[in-house]
Design a protein around this ligand. Structure first.
Ligand code: CP
Length: 312
């Protein structure tokens, strides 16, 4: 099976998007510039004849649909494979699944997986681009890109912005990608959460970063507030009291008022109203949560166009 995919030559990674951490600020800015040129409402034939395979081992609504819509807006065909109902359930390994999907003619694979490093492993063994749609607690690079795109639609630049991230940072691949991206582009980042969800070592993730346990302190003067979902599926074994969490960290209108009046309230979704944020905050004038979802389409169009080598 391996001979089908030239695993030995490992000229892999060309076009792959595996993480924000190894990217330069220039690479990030150029991808964001490309995204600004994408128009999801204007069909294009840029990827005509290409087959994009969407391989999801974990649930997803936003990432999955926006990659699918992005690929189709560029003229590519898409095939969705969920681990549930596929031969993964019969015990097929990740690599054998990847080889199979390459053998049927995929030109790129978008993968979400519960284990950190799964997209990297696939990219190491395939001769087609692999795009990370979220791997374990590691990274969610396209989420960070669409968040940066959204911030730039409202603020002139990211350099110098005070960005506060509140919540379950320890389990969050969204937070890790956002921290790398925003730090590379010069934002000042404050992380806020209880010790179980924000270990002290998080302070070493990037430059321009501080951590605090006080939500009020973290929010004062913020330009951007990013609230994270409590990842209840990853909390087993941790002694987290949800009522205590809500009392100390839930984003309320009162807390949000500590930030700048033109603060952007962000959340990668899915949001759990009444837990990490109130209903009022989710729908408040400063909330750009729906815009983040919408911006996922042009950003993922840019990622696919770059991956499949159709960028001029
Ligand atoms: N933000 C995000 O990754 O959402 P989904 O899990 O719905 O794709």
């Amino acid at each position: 099976m391996q001979s089908l995919v030239q695993s030995k030559n490992r000229r892999a990674h060309r076009g792959s998007l595996l993480a924000i951490e190894p990217m330069s600020a220039i690479d990030i800015k150029s991808l964001l510039q490309l995204a600004r040129k994408m128009n999801p409402l204007k069909p294009s034939a840029r990827l005509r004849g290409k087959r994009v395979l969407l391989l999801f081992y974990e649930p997803s609504t936003r990432t999955r649909t926006s990659f699918e819509i992005a690929a189709q807006a560029l003229g590519a065909s898409t095939t969705l494979v969920l681990s549930s109902g596929s031969s993964v359930e019969k015990g097929e390994s990740l690599l054998d699944t990847a080889y199979t999907l390459r053998a049927v003619g995929s030109d790129a694979i978008v993968v979400r997986h519960p284990h950190s490093g799964a997209p990297q492993l696939m990219a190491d063994h395939l001769d087609i681009p692999v795009i990370n749609a979220g791997d374990g607690m590691h990274e969610h690079p396209t989420q960070a890109l669409l968040d940066a795109y959204t911030i730039l639609e409202h603020k002139k630049k990211i350099a110098g912005l005070e960005v506060t991230v509140v919540g379950d940072i320890y389990h969050s691949r969204v937070a890790r990608s956002a921290i790398h991206l925003l730090s590379k582009l010069g934002a000042q980042i404050t992380l806020c959460g209880p010790p179980e969800l924000l270990p002290e070592v998080s302070a070493t993730l990037a430059e321009n970063l501080r951590i605090t346990r006080s939500c009020e302190e973290a929010l004062r003067g913020a330009d951007v507030v990013m609230v994270l979902r409590m990842q209840r599926e990853r909390l087993a074994g941790l002694k987290i009291s949800l009522p205590d969490y809500i009392a100390r960290y839930q984003m309320t209108l009162g807390r949000l008022r500590l930030a700048k009046p033109d603060v952007l309230l962000m959340h990668p979704g899915p949001i759990i109203r009444g837990l990490e944020l109130t209903w009022e905050v989710a729908d408040c004038a400063q909330s750009v949560i729906v815009e983040e979802v919408k911006n996922g389409v042009p950003v993922r169009m840019a990622v696919l166009a770059q991956a499949l080598g159709t960028v001029n």
